[in-house]
Design a protein around this ligand. Structure first.
Ligand code: FRU
Length: 518
């Protein structure tokens, strides 16, 4: 097994084999970042009756080591999405005199014990850095009222009230619960049932966290994240996410330990703030217990969309994660907006392939004609000229290309994967995904991350993001810089090759290189 199969992401996490969806239980603890995830370890399709928590660890968020699945299903049901916390003060009593440990809080789906309550919340604890887990004898710790959809607990310690807070997705709302010991939970409040335009799908995978405003540690706001599913919503007339299927929203506001209040009320669909304008970024939640002082808020998402998740044209595994990204909240003329950028740790796996500066690009010239890349970072800055559209064509061959461009008439950044490779596994896959990008001056910055089956595009330093999977032929590795209808000035362009994160012997690496025609 060398992680060289067709379409295997080379610097994005995917399980060695079988199905993966949401990231779960992300926590930093004793020098390791944990990434748990929804995993069916015996099949490349999801099994919602036998979902496990898969597990991987990393010391730097770049290189990952896959460990055996952490939480298996049983009579208590499948292990659905949830979170993990470090119980520093042993509030749970699980850790006796041994100090702190990890507690996982997750949904049991389809449990056999209370058949009339298909989704309940349970906990498990680990005294050995997440390697083995004990399910709490008093599970489940939280039962639903009347709704069937009652899941995806994300828990954090709220210093101000000395309580654990759980955000939970409950069909058309996020409910907040509080606890002093992780075992007994009290309902506090609900958010979102009246948020206009958000109910085409049910809510899933919430996350509530505080974050510095404009990097100022003395100025904080609360951000509520949620994912909106592709079906079973309460209002089928509500809009789809920008790229269709399942997608993610956020709200900025205040939280007093019980109630979240959005600063900008959601009275119309124009008030909705979408996280990503591509099709493939879902169920993202943030790492808890980040190292002190760093003030960083990091997350990653599942690079897939429930509309076609089970149909991706891979065989040994199905599903991959986005790059870990750093979240920031920045002030713009229109208000506070969430900004995402790949974590700086990726600088360690890039090497310069080419640099261009101050080149005027006219129609029908391609200064990158001699460059081939299949996993790379492109960092570009343009000065708008007379061109009506410009950008890059990547993973290109005679009959395939993925276009990443800026439409200077509509002022939109876009990814067009209509002709990106294999697209016929679902009628909605071949599409152009657009994101509005208002330029403050006449310059636009675009960073692009290309891998064997994905594209992540960050416009104006992460102000807008488009994340899309693609399935090009391995030999589609051409690159083009193009302008349409006039010229454009390329102020600077850095093209960096990205190394594979899968540690391989030099021999395997050499063979892979030869196989791929380098
Ligand atoms: C989101 C989700 C969660 C659920 C999990 C099941 O993608 O539907 O709500 O816990 O996936 O795998």
């Amino acid at each position: 097994m060398n992680y060289l199969e067709k379409f295997r992401p080379q610097y994005h996490y995917s399980p060695e084999r079988n199905w993966m969806n949401d990231p779960n239980g992300m926590v930093y603890y004793e020098g390791e970042y944990h990434l748990f995830y929804q995993h069916t370890p015996f099949a490349t399709q999801p099994d919602f009756q036998r979902m496990h928590w898969g597990h991987a660890v990393s010391s730097d968020l770049v290189y990952w080591e896959e460990l055996p699945p952490a939480l298996p299903p049983g009579e208590d049901g499948a292990i659905f999405s949830g979170s993990a916390v470090v119980d520093k003060h042993n509030t749970s009593g699980f850790f006796d005199e041994e100090g702190s440990g990890l507690v996982a809080i997750y949904t049991n789906n389809d449990n056999k014990v209370q058949a009339d309550k298909p989704q309940v919340q349970s906990i498990a604890y680990s005294k050995d850095n997440g390697r083995t887990w004990t399910k709490y004898g008093g599970n489940p710790v939280l039962f639903p009222g009347t709704t069937i959809d009652f899941r995806d607990p994300k828990v954090f310690w709220h210093e101000e009230t000395s309580k654990w807070i759980m955000s939970l997705a409950v069909q058309d709302r996020i409910e907040f619960y509080t606890s002093s010991n992780l075992k007994e939970w009290t309902f506090a409040s609900a958010f979102g049932a009246d948020a206009v335009g958000t109910h085409r799908g049910i809510y899933e995978c919430p996350d509530l966290f505080s974050i510095n405003v404009d990097g100022d540690p003395n100025k904080k706001k609360w951000v509520l994240i949620l994912s909106v599913g592709d079906c079973n919503g309460v209002n089928p007339n509500d809009p789809e996410p920008p790229a269709g299927g399942s997608g993610m929203l956020y709200f900025v506001g205040g939280f007093d330990g019980k109630t979240f209040i959005s600063d900008e009320p959601v009275d119309s669909i124009d008030d909705l703030k979408w996280i990503d304008f591509g099709s493939d970024f879902y169920a993202a939640v943030t790492w808890s217990n980040m190292p002190e002082g760093a003030g960083r808020r990091l997350w990653l998402g599942w690079m897939n969309n429930w509309r076609y998740a089970g149909l991706l044209p891979t065989s040994q595994w199905r599903g991959s994660m986005s790059m870990p990204r750093e979240l920031k909240l920045k002030t713009y003329p229109e208000g506070l907006r969430l900004v995402q950028e790949p974590i700086k740790e990726f600088n360690g796996i890039r090497s310069t392939l080419a640099t261009l500066e101050n080149v005027t690009i006219e129609p029908d010239m391609n200064p990158l004609v001699d460059i081939t890349v299949d996993k790379a970072e492109l960092i570009a800055e343009f000065e708008i000229g007379t061109a009506t559209e410009f950008g890059f064509k990547v993973r290109k061959s005679a009959d395939e290309e993925t276009v990443i461009g800026f439409d200077s008439i509509e002022m939109e950044l876009f990814v067009d994967r209509t002709n990106s490779g294999i697209t016929n596994f679902h009628p909605d896959f071949a599409a152009k995904h657009r994101a509005p990008l208002d330029l403050s001056g006449n310059r636009v910055r675009i960073s692009i991350y290309i891998d064997w089956s994905s594209i992540e595009v960050f416009g104006d330093d992460g102000t807008v993001v488009i994340s899309d999977t693609i399935f090009p032929a391995p030999e589609s590795n051409g690159l083009e810089l193009y302008a349409v209808g006039g010229h454009i000035k390329l102020v600077s362009l850095h093209i960096n090759e990205m190394e594979s994160i899968w540690r391989m012997s030099d021999k395997v690496k050499e063979e892979a290189h030869a196989d791929r025609g380098h």
